[in-house]
Ligand binder design. Sequence first.
Ligand code: PMP
Length: 768
Amino acid sequence: MTLPGADNVPASEIASDIYGIEATASPLPSERDQNFLLLTTAGDRLVLKISNPAEDRRFLEAQNAAMTHLAATRLCSRVMRTKHGDDIGLVNGRFVRLLTWLPGRPLGTLATKSDILLEDLGGRIGELSLALSTFDHPAIHRQFHWDLAQAGSVVAEHGARIPDPELRGLVRRVAEHVAARDGSALSRVRRSALHGDLNDFNVLVDGEDDAGRVAGVIDFGDMVHSYAVAEVAIAVAYAVLDHDDPLAAAAAIVRGYHGVRRLTDDDVAVLFGLVQLRLCASVAIAAHQQPQRPADEYLSISQQPIRRTLPLLAGIHPDAAEENLRQACGLEIAHGVSRIPASVTLARRRASLGRNLSVGYREPVKIVRGWMQYLFDETGRRYLDAYNNVPHVGHAHPHVTRAITRQLRAVNTNTRYLHDNVWLLAERLTARLPEPLRICFFVNSGSEANELALRLARAHTRQRDLIVLDFAYHGNTTTMVDISPYKFNGPGGRGAPEWVHVAPIPDAYRGSRPGEEGAPARSPADAVGEIVDRLRDRRMGLAGFIAETYPSVGGQIVPPSGYLEQVYAHVRRGGGVCIADEVQTGLGRIGTDFCAFQAQGVVPDVLVLGKPMGNGYPLAAVITTEAIAASFDNGMEFFSTFGGSTVSCAAGLAVLDVLEREELQAHALRVGDRLLESLRSLMYSHSIVGDVRGSGLFLGVELVKDRSTREPATATAGAVVEALREEGILIGIEGPFHNILKIRPPMPFNLADADLVAATLDSVLAGS
Ligand code: PMP
């Protein structure tokens, strides 16, 4: 069979004219060149490669030289000479080469790959690497989009073209996380000549099944001088696609490689990141190339498996992956995870810590690692964290970790000295907020921030009394317990102090219930007006009103629109200051807005932001108006030793960077809307689901025994949380009756996680 070769010269004719070989030709698949299998009359098989017209002759020479250099490994083809003794022939302006045929079938065609085969693959790559470490050619020092050293810029350049927003977000995030975690180690790793594309269609195995061995490698068209460890990382990237246990597959290859060519600590540290980076680059390049060549199947061959596998790899803690690879290489594990069993930890903790320090779950979970929206226990079991809001941009987010450690290395000091972090953070925050919220104070915790907010209100109004919402929680200090009905009316509480006035919670599902001080109000907002009137009638002043904009402890409540507008009007009429406690709702969690007060169409006089701000590093803020800050500036110094420290502000700045770069607020809205919809659909199949509410990644599912009476299903709620934990999902319970499932995950929580939570809750409720 003959097919058109270089500008319609049949391949068999080229073989005859240039190489003096009589053969029949059949086409082989390839991304760049035109390749033909030649079957000579003598029965030999050869590969004729006709280069892309854009190919640089020097680069073809480099490939030939590399194959010749590798001859001793017997892993690749030999280069055949033309009739004139050249390595490269010329037909109609295109370069042709003839290579010996390597027998075997592509690794990618095997249904399964045994660990023995993968270890063998690693060993052969080690051999190749070792041989290439003494090879060089000027033409492989090139700018090349498949070079992993370029992957960050490739993703930056083409990532925006990835059509699916979830995949696009993931690819960008993974590329950034790898850069943040591994950037400095990557600057130290060895560089070398690389084959550059040991994907499993470029690796040939002998034998028909996975009992075979690696027979050779083909296609040197991606050669580049780059990170030496990228050679094995690329092979791992393809070997793990759709593999049941990607870490085990990676370990087998790396074990084989290390047995032949030793990996350094830095190599092992960056390897798993490079694996993911390769897949990210592949998605970005496919997104760039596919619209230009829509019919080209070769371009999309790996895309579906990558789409399935990349999210799984992104959910593995990189330190756990690194340890797994170190273990595979027999290297010491420096900072491994404590293997003290949870039962021992619990007993020791009980012995030395206060008993009213509560611990979640009948069988408490011991968490030793966190990565984005996942937590890992001491056995390595992964839990989906659908509950914790402190790690706002993700557990152990590498950008935040790096910002904190860099600043810790430089200095960590207080606001008595000038440093740029503190004003930068203040400016970045106030830029996200409406006028007149322009003046910031930084402290360490939500409790401390609310304390300060109260001091500001009192300094500004010279009054003491405060209106709070029923069931609210504002912190653990003496005064915060005094203003938190959840505490002072709860077990061990002593009721409201006389200066605290409790208004009913704006709970649309349960309706307005009596507040502490009287009969049910016409509406929850009117109830605040009534308290203001009563204080005025008694000639008592009002310092202010404090509320979580969307009450969380009160039951994940989204107040009716217009509620806060009316409440703030009443409070201001009474001379009080409006304080918004957005410790839980701030920083984009509700999806629609940066803070929940913006969704209510009001502007508080004092805004409190807390725990998510530092992603776990203690940091909280009180943000107020010039006028209130001026009233507070009464001669008494304000100083918080750790508040506004250089490191905490570095953490805060890094959190804002990530929120913006990863577009987490929009992500929260997209994922939250989907979860709300699927949770609401559970109401059709489970009568126990009385109400589903929330916004963004601030959600509540209220369980009731009977929808007509709305009697709380408290015991079932507790059992559901336990059952979800058994299934590997962590959520919480909230509300006055402890019957509301609270879903408030780290912001990277994604659509697949949302679907998993809804489906698992569905099956748990079916069994309850
Ligand atoms: N306000 C609200 C709304 C909270 O949820 C919390 C903590 N759960 C606090 C204040 C107190 O914050 P911290 O524990 O950081 O003192």
